[in-house]
Write a protein that binds this ligand. Sequence first.
Ligand SMILES: Nc1nc2c(c(=O)[nH]1)N[C@H]1C(S)=C(S)[C@@H](COP(=O)(O)O)O[C@H]1N2
Ligand SMILES: [Mo]
Length: 321
Amino acid sequence: MLIKRPSDVIPSEITPESVYKKRRDFMFDGGRALLGVAAGSLPSIANAQNGEALKARAPAAMRRSPPAAWWAEKFQNIKPAPDREPYFTGETLTPYEDVTIYNNFYEFGMDKSDPATRSGEFKTDPWSVEITGEVEKPGTYHLEDIIKPHDIEERIYRLRCVEAWSMVIPWIGFPLADLIKRFEPTSNAKFVEFETIVDAETMPGINSRFAIVRWPYREGLRIDEATNPLTFMAVGLYGSYLPVQNGAPWRLIVPWKYGFKSIKSIVKINFRETQPNTTWEDLQPNEYGFYANVNPQVHHPRWRQDMERRLPQTLFSRPRN
Ligand SMILES: Nc1nc2c(c(=O)[nH]1)N[C@H]1C(S)=C(S)[C@@H](COP(=O)(O)O)O[C@H]1N2
Ligand SMILES: [Mo]
């Protein structure tokens, strides 16, 4: 075996050390059963298999973004995914239940089920987005005004988390390149920086004593990566609105990079001359670099990257190229 069975992996191997330490505190906190803590990624596997039970716990959180009229109108006309790679993958789709229950969205908590079960209060409408920096048309815009001019289409991409699990998800949205063109970056714009909303009232992970992230969650791309035709702004999945846990009302998807680049619930897009600091690079620069391109040959310092769990499966297998 190249890699241990999931049940043999200890949390310190699979989670960043700082996360693991917090979890260990958590364990001694006595608040939770050991089972939940042996966690890192593991309890989440159990959660993924236990979708029905979770849904029963979280009917409110499973609701999707409020369908404003303009929004519903957009969804009437979705261009199907081009039936060729790399805009599409013929692999089996990960079931909706798994896509919406097994999530990383630390603003709602650190467990995989937290984003689904603890996001019921989160509001996605009204939503404004600040476009700033090296751009001819800076300003604060309503999301409606940002999205309306774009035709929306489906893209079927793999989402590969650096934790060595992956899903195949039918996203709905539009290329980031089309949006960037509209706001006219200046010739100084060499990078694009994104920020997630911070709303402590409705995001219970923000003020949690286990929080490891310095909010807001931040990500960035080089301008040529941002304008690559694969780079996508998702406003939905499985033919409908984006659930909160997946980054409602809109999020970035960069299919050739590890999942942490695909920042959720974006409220700021900043065009810059210099490379931005990004959340995971700040936390563990030697483990999560700025570029973070998926590469099975380059292992994470603490685990291999040439095997992955394709959810909802629990066993590791070799990723398809
Ligand atoms: N704001 C924010 N965006 C985020 C994260 C997060 O914690 N906060 N987690 C990232 C990570 S590590 C992954 S793998 C993907 C998971 O996306 P999904 O939950 O829709 O599968 O979201 C990314 N975007
Ligand atoms: Mo991730």
